[in-house]
Ligand binder design. Structure first.
Ligand SMILES: Nc1nc2c(ncn2[C@@H]2O[C@H](COP(=O)(O)O[C@H]3[C@@H](O)[C@H](n4cnc5c(=O)[nH]c(N)nc54)O[C@@H]3COP(=O)(O)O)[C@@H](O)[C@H]2O)c(=O)[nH]1
Length: 815
């Protein structure tokens, strides 16, 4: 019960709780004070009434003395009537001293009274409350004779008891007056209670109203309103304080919400955004993210941003990114990512690490913009700035840039380069007579033909008008060689540009003039190079057009000599101006074991030309192929011829094989065919290969050597020691012989290091089970040193120079 009341009471509002509590309290107090007041009033009225009853009784006793003296009923009646006139007196009785009733009036029932304690009245004159019942009091008083008028001279005699009077007074007045007092008290108490209640109510209302307002405001705040405020009451102070606190709290809340709104708006920008947790797991993306990547929020959230990886960046790129993020808490840069549809696109990405109060990263926020259009625009701008809009070729600016790079790369890689300045002959005439449209078409076609003439790494640029420039890179560091290479390309270009052009259905012809300048280890200004090529181009124009000129006149001369040499070589081959010379190879006993076949060109006008002068050109031009084949075939024929001769039938001939010759796919087949055709003993043929041939393509060399070895052909490694000799490949080659290069032999006795190299080569050959021969042996001292160190085969001027076959035969007969 108590619990139920408590629960019920707690559900009430504060105002109601106070109202009920105070009301009940005041009611109780009012009732209590009424009861107490009534009790006190009752006592006071009773005392008053008893006093009044005694006085009435005494008064009766006084008036009854005469009636008792004279036993006069009339006097008694007079006194009784006067007494009965008092309110509340219900009966009166007068008795004489003997107890006889003189007069009685009214009705009383003596049984209802109970005796009061004797208050010491006895026969004294004072009236006493004699007896009392529930509804009345019984008063009695003795009646004494009246003394005579008091005389100061005489002593008063004792009064005589005449009788006794009694009256009965009703308690109705007491009851009524008590009731009145109670009602009055009650009314007064309730009036005060009501007043008090009103006061309480007023006070509580004053106190509760701001609380109610606060409560209502809190309710509104709870339902999402952030602009709610309460009026701060003048009092009570603590409620005012509470209102202040609430208002401050709401202000903070409003600011936070505003900040959140700003953040929410900022989040939904045109930039793609993603927020990850500290482990780089995506927790939120914006709409722009979905638009740019194709991934919806549901698809992205919970995954790692690596889902966007394009694989265009290596691990090092991402490692650097994270290093920067960890160090600076921010990284930004260009990155290629992949959309959901697989498209790879460039974006500008900004990643910021969000760091908590404890210094730990709580989130990463990535914002990015799609760079595709900007990239395209950049490319366009770049294209406009660096490319010629008509031919789509790089322009002067781009060429200068590439030239700068080429010069730097050339210096680093020790390679050469060339600038080829081209000007179309008579282009102005064509442009003026056929119109600019045709002129433009011609330029476009020229651009295409130029591009077709160069390698991928080279640059073709248009300088404006009918001027074009070719930048060739990766040429030989040797200027002469580079000149040859540049000339080759130049001639190819002139040839291509000299072909007829079909423009808008009509055929046109255009030639061009070209100026070439080379740069090898170039230090001067780049503009200077262009000027040189330009100058050379004007020289070409002056020389009758459709030709090329080098800036360096010496080089130009050399190239012309070279060109003549090439023409001569072709003639020599056709006219059979080549001849084989033989240089014997001997053993330690001086016995001739064989010879090296050495080519000589017997020019009709210039006489004997050294192979050193024409073999490299033959290599470059490819003429070495027919020449080399001729040498091989001639050597085999000589072997065949010597088979019948007693002094020479066991000789072995060593034939030099050039790289280009050996690299021919059918080289083995060629040798095999010559061996078959000449029908010689293959063991009598020895092929000399240089280290550079072997190293050019080791696998192919090994395969071919093994195939030829199968046929019975022997191999000698020429110029051994000058290249990058390595035991690892030497062991894989079916070599019969190592030939110590003459450059080492030459320094025997003068250069200790060369002597050491010779000793090493000999030791290496011995270890591999290969024979070793020394070339260029000119002195006995050299020979002795070689023999002393285990080399027993020799070739050199000490024994014989290379000589024509007839002379060689003669030498054989002498020995
Ligand atoms: N691919 C081919 N190359 C050939 C052929 N014929 C010759 N050659 C190569 O030409 C280079 C020059 O040859 P050559 O001028 O004949 O010089 C050779 C000898 O004359 C010279 N030699 C020999 N002994 C001495 C000597 O004691 N002193 C000295 N100063 N020179 C001497 O050495 C050259 C032989 O060299 P190598 O071939 O390395 O043995 C030369 O590289 C030839 O190889 C050919 O038909 N095909």
């Amino acid at each position: 019960m108590n619990k139920m009341f408590t629960a019920f009471f707690q559900k009430l509002t504060f105002q109601r709780q106070i109202g009920i509590t105070v009301t009940l309290g005041i009611l109780f107090l009012a009732l209590f004070s009424s009861i107490v007041g009534s009790w006190q009033g009752n006592k006071r009225v009773r005392d008053d009434l008893i006093e009044q009853g005694r006085r009435i009784t005494e008064n009766l006793a006084h008036q009854s003395s005469l009636a008792l003296i004279y036993s006069s009923a009339d006097n008694a009646a007079e006194a009784v009537n006067a007494t009965m006139a008092f309110p509340g007196v219900v009966s009166v009785e007068i008795r004489d001293a003997n107890g006889r009733v003189l007069l009685t009036r009214g009705k009383t029932n003596p049984a209802e009274f109970f005796e009061q304690a004797d208050e010491g009245g006895g026969l004294h004159a004072a009236a006493l409350l004699n007896a009392e019942s529930s509804s009345a009091w019984n008063f009695a008083a003795p009646v004494y004779s009246q003394p005579p008028a008091e005389s100061p001279f005489s002593e008063a005699p004792n009064p005589e008891l005449l009788g006794r009077v009694s009256i009965v007074m009703s308690k109705a007045a007491l009851t009524r007056m008590t009731s009145d007092i109670f009602i009055t008290n009650l009314a007064t108490s309730f009036s005060f209670a009501l007043l008090f209640l009103f006061l309480i109510r007023f006070l509580t209302r004053n106190m509760v109203r701001p609380l109610n307002q606060l409560s209502a405001s809190m309710g509104r705040a709870q339902s999402g309103e952030s602009q709610v405020r309460v009026a701060v009451p003048a009092g009570p102070k603590d409620i005012a304080k509470m209102a202040h606190a609430f208002n401050s709290m709401m202000s903070v809340q409003e600011e936070r919400e505003a900040a959140l709104r700003v953040a929410a708006i900022a989040f939904e920008t045109e930039e793609g955004m993603m927020v990850t947790d500290e482990n780089a797991v995506i927790i939120r993306v914006n709409r722009a993210f979905t638009r740019l990547t194709g991934y919806s929020a549901e698809e992205a959230i919970g995954r790692n941003p690596t889902m966007l990886r394009s694989d265009r960046h290596d691990a090092e790129f991402f490692q650097l990114m994270w290093e920067t993020l960890h160090r600076d808490n921010i990284w930004q840069g260009e990155i290629w990512n992949r959309r959901k549809n697989g498209e790879i696109y460039p974006e500008w990405l900004n990643i910021t690490a969000v760091v908590g109060n404890d210094g730990k990263v709580t989130n990463y926020v990535g914002t990015f913009i799609d760079f595709t259009e900007r990239k395209q625009a950049e490319n366009e701008i770049h294209h406009l700035a660096f490319y010629d809009p008509l031919s789509q070729l790089p322009n002067r600016r781009m060429l200068l840039d590439r030239l700068r790079q080429a010069v730097a790369t050339g210096a680093r890689n020790q390679t050469g380069g060339a600038l080829l300045f081209i000007d179309l002959d008579n282009f102005k005439t064509l442009n003026d007579t056929k119109g600019h449209g045709i002129g433009d078409l011609l330029l476009i076609e020229v651009a295409k033909r130029l591009q077709a003439c160069v390698r991928e790494g080279d640059t073709v640029a248009r300088f404006g008008g009918d001027e074009f420039v070719l930048l060739l890179e990766g040429l030989s560091e040797d200027k002469a060689q580079a000149a040859v290479q540049a000339q080759g390309v130049g001639e190819k270009v002139l040839e291509a540009l000299n072909q007829p052009y079909l423009l808008e259905g009509s055929e046109f012809h255009s030639s061009s003039s070209m100026g070439i300048t080379l740069f090898v280890d170039y230090q001067e200004k780049l503009d200077e190079l262009l000027k040189q090529a330009d100058t050379a181009m004007y020289e070409a124009k002056k020389s009758g057009r459709n030709t090329l000129r080098f800036f360096d006149p010496v080089m130009q001369d050399e190239l012309e000599v070279r060109a003549q040499l090439e023409v001569g070589l072709r003639e020599a081959l056709r006219k059979q101006e080549f001849q084989l010379y033989y240089q014997m190879q001997v053993n330690h006993a001086g016995s001739v074991l064989g010879a090296e076949v050495l080519l000589r060109w017997i020019h009709p006008e210039q006489g004997l030309i050294s192979p050193l002068k024409f073999i490299p050109l033959a290599e470059e031009t490819g003429l070495i192929l027919p020449i080399g084949r001729w040498v091989l075939e001639s050597a085999c024929q000589q072997i065949k011829a010597w088979e019948k001769e007693q002094h020479a039938h066991e000789l072995q001939l060593a034939v030099n094989v050039s790289g280009r010759q050996f690299r021919q796919k059918d080289f083995v087949a060629q040798v095999s065919e010559i061996l078959d055709r000449t029908a010689i003993d293959p063991n009598r043929l020895k092929l000399e290969l240089t280290e550079s041939i072997v190293l050019d393509d080791v696998a192919d060399t090994i395969a071919k050597m093994h195939a030829l070895r199968q046929l019975g052909v022997s191999f000698s490694m020429d110029d051994f020691g000058t290249g990058y000799s390595s035991l690892s490949y030497l062991t894989q080659l079916p070599l019969n012989q190592l030939k110590i290069d003459q450059s080492f032999v030459r320094h025997i006795g003068t250069k200790e290091s060369d002597a050491t190299i010779i000793q090493t080569i000999i030791g290496m050959a011995n270890n591999l089970g290969i024979e070793v021969i020394a070339e260029g042996v000119e002195t006995q001292e050299q020979r002795d040193f070689l023999e002393a160190n285990g080399c027993t085969l020799y070739q050199g001027y000490l024994f014989s120079r290379p000589v024509p076959r007839e002379e060689f035969d003669a030498l054989l007969t002498v020995r």
